[in-house]
Design a protein around this ligand. Structure first.
Ligand code: ATP
Ligand code: PRP
Length: 215
């Protein structure tokens, strides 16, 4: 049978997911942060890992290039989740998706806000729900820089400790969603790889519960 392909991004997601996969008895034979290989074998013949950029994980899983993947809820919300199911919260890479800006900014002010973000869909939806007019400026990183150089009034980005905002004289203004990494599965793979997926889900769920009980 075709190996189960799991899409992971290197960096935070890989580092925090690895102990959970190890506890579930699966680990890649090479570290994707070091290897130039994009398909990485595991200690099990029936499972392999794909080294994918974080924002591309939902696309690979949606179109069946990967059967499963691990992504932040922020990336999942921005993608929309079409063709994916989200069976497990891994309780890692925890942060909040927030609106941030200069201290004293009044979000109730009747004006058209300019928002710089890589989360254009989330930002548009959040501000529409509050009946506020916005113009979105799409960026791919370092959002905190944009208001400092007059590109925008506000940013929408993930915040954890708040130190990046603080270092740039910005403050969190409004929370959009609590974020953590999620396991996502391609809908059709649930049928074609049912046994492998069910057993891996059960072991990962157990690993998450054990880790949580030790905290
Ligand atoms: P890309 O390379 O596609 O731009 P990225 O740089 O956002 O991706 P990471 O920084 O590894 O990728 O973040 C992966 C996920 O970890 C994010 O989608 C988010 O859910 C979460 N995350 C991001 N920043 C933090 C943080 N400071 N603390 C905790 N979790 C975070
Ligand atoms: C993320 C995010 C913020 C920062 C928030 O950036 O884009 O800039 O973390 O964390 P804090 O509240 O603890 O400061 P990251 O460090 O992942 O860099 P990158 O997105 O540019 O890769």
């Amino acid at each position: 049978m075709e190996a189960l392909r799991i899409a992971l991004s290197k960096g935070r997601i890989f580092d925090e997911t690895l102990p959970l996969f190890q506890a579930a008895g699966v680990e890649p034979v090479e570290n994707p942060a070091v290897s130039r290989k994009l398909i990485i074998a595991s200690n099990r013949d029936d499972i392999e890992f794909l080294n994918v950029r974080a924002s591309d994980v939902p696309t690979y899983v949606q179109h069946g290039g990967a059967h499963m993947g691990v992504i932040g809820k922020d990336v999942l919300m921005e993608h929309g989740g079409e063709g994916l199911i989200e069976p497990l919260d891994l309780h890692i890479a925890q942060c909040r998706l927030m609106v941030a800006g200069f201290p004293g900014t009044d979000l109730q002010e009747k004006k058209r806000f300019r928002i710089a973000t890589k989360y254009a869909n989330c930002a548009r939806q959040h501000f529409a729900q509050h009946g506020r007019q916005v113009e979105i400026i799409k960026l791919y990183g370092s959002m905190e820089l944009a208001p400092l150089v007059g590109l925008c009034d506000l940013i929408v980005d993930v915040v954890d400790t708040g130190s990046t905002l603080k270092a740039n004289d910005l403050v969190p203004l409004e929370s959009i969603a609590d974020i953590s990494a999620r396991l996502v599965v391609n809908r059709s793979a649930l049928k074609t790889h049912n046994e492998q997926i069910s057993s891996l889900l059960a072991s990962l769920g157990q690993a998450v519960r054990e880790k949580e009980s030790k905290l």
